[in-house]
Design a protein around this ligand. Sequence first.
Ligand code: GTP
Length: 234
Amino acid sequence: MQYKRILLKLSGEALMGDKQFGIDNDRITQYATQIKEIVDLGVEVAIVIGGGNIFRGVQAEQGGMDRTHGDYMGMLATMINAMALQSALEAQDIKTRLQSAIEMKEIAEPYIRRKAVRHLEKGRVVIFGAGTGNPFFTTDSAASLRAIEIEADVILKGTRVDGIYTADPEKDANAEKFDNISFDDVYAKGLNVMDMTAFTLCKENDLPIVVFDMNTPGNLRRVVEGDQVGTLVN
Ligand code: GTP
């Protein structure tokens, strides 16, 4: 096994599947199945999930809403996704704990680092909801921060593209994929892996990132087993 403790970052948009809004049941079940595969291998799994399928603070600002207000609404959106994912995981008999960066103790534990680590050691999947609990930070930043706090070996960024390319592969047919790239080269080439705050946190704390296609069943297991899947930044 390449990685013993991982932080899996999932996008909210990906949960929509082919829908225009909300959560696609088949997609979330497919994700839960992949997560179960690695839990069964003994990998300790923490998850941060976005909320863009429900609400995005940045776009709300473009529509005239106060950014801070929109960002808090986005944090609530991540909690909805986190609860849906928790339910999908438990439907597959995976033990889970949900922790929220914003206190809402009727539905989730508060975020307590030492408790999260203890849950992981006991084989529970820990889902971190509500981002970092602060406006102006993305869920990618929450993923970087939590991964460093729990001393994860890696951030696995599950997306719909299969890695980092020289250009956007959905727009440029000549785009070439990197199997491996350094943090410095990502800066130098101006590539978009995560937002700069999130990315810099990883670089400064020597936390590798793997960007991979989460929509292909089995890919998550292949990444943790060390197969060449996606792009490794280190
Ligand atoms: P261990 O003590 O390590 O066995 O962990 P545990 O999570 O089983 O113990 P605990 O007694 O803290 O939690 C039992 C259940 O209550 C779990 O499902 C927790 O997620 C849940 N729980 C704990 N604290 C809170 C809280 O503040 N709010 C909510 N909603 N649930 C909580």
